[in-house]
Design a binder for this molecule. Structure first.
Ligand code: KMH
Ligand code: ZN
Length: 272
């Protein structure tokens, strides 16, 4: 089995300090959380940024400041800007996170629309997905295909057939928002992608641990972090993203899965 790639989704756009006081907003806090995850074994930082008051933003200047600060502490880490941003942002606004120097080597590409929370819809029309895929292809940014259910895998594959995505594809199965995150769900998703693809899995909320164990034993990769889950265990808030990454490292050790460095992750994921 390949070494395990751990992604830390340190911030997200929805979770707040009211949910967990360690959720980072300021540049210093975002840098602190990225470093805690990197030091614990994360090779990828999935990055959303906030204004100091916690408002999510895709503003490229804020991204540039945060990326430069993270890079100064975590020399070789892979930084993966979100192009999902927050519900309600325009496509142009969402893509602004990639207008940084150097151009990101990796970024998310959300592959369908879904209900988010109780009243919100995270909108990704087919044209949006195709436009984002073309932007990433033109700029040599490797897309991580965010799929919240099997239908989004099918959308990604149909867009790939139009030449907008280059194999090998890399998927993130986000389980626990649109569909549940049981082992059966994880097996179904992993069986539904081309065999030369790579995949990681994010278990949202109560699915975090099960999805982590499943991905480790099945040969996938794992994403954890405050964006997905704020608890270390039931009723106990994680004090840092590093704590969440450390637990993945400990579980991986039980199953003899070594942890990939950032450069090993670049090779496994065919990142330029
Ligand atoms: N904040 C969600 C609406 C991504 O980063 O690409 C979208 C999201 C996905 O987090
Ligand atoms: Zn995200």
């Amino acid at each position: 089995m390949e070494k395990l790639i751990i992604t830390a989704a340190i911030c997200g756009a929805e979770v707040t300090k009211e949910n967990n006081p360690s959720v980072p907003y300021s540049v210093d806090e975002i840098t602190r959380e990225a470093k805690s995850a990197y030091d614990a074994g994360a090779s990828i930082i999935h990055l959303h940024v906030r204004e100091d008051d916690g408002t999510p933003t895709q503003n490229h200047e804020r991204f540039q400041t945060c990326i430069d600060a993270i890079r100064s502490e975590c020399k070789d880490v892979i930084i993966q800007p979100s192009t999902g941003g927050a519900v309600g942002m325009t496509d142009l606004e969402r893509l602004d996170s990639c207008n940084v120097t150097p151009t990101p080597e990796f970024a998310t590409l959300d592959c369908g629309s879904l209900n988010f929370g109780h009243d919100d819809v995270f909108v990704n029309t087919r044209n949006t997905i195709m436009n984002f895929a073309k932007f990433m292809s033109d700029n040599k940014i490797k897309p991580e295909l965010e799929v919240f259910d099997k239908g989004m895998i099918d959308i990604a594959l149909s867009i790939g057939k139009k030449g907008l995505l280059q194999a090998p594809l890399h998927f993130n199965f986000v389980l626990g928002v649109q569909m549940t995150g049981t082992l059966r769900d994880l097996v179904f998703m992993a069986d539904s992608i081309p065999t030369d693809s790579t995949w990681t899995a994010s278990g949202i909320g109560k699915y975090a641990n099960l999805v982590t164990v499943g991905a480790i034993v099945m040969g996938g990769h794992v994403r954890v972090g405050f964006e997905d889950n704020i608890y270390l265990k039931k009723g106990v808030l994680a004090k840092s993203n590093g704590e969440l990454v450390t637990r993945v490292v400990e579980i991986a050790d039980v199953f003899n899965r070594e942890i990939a460095t950032p450069n090993e992750a670049r090779r496994i994921l065919s990142i330029r």
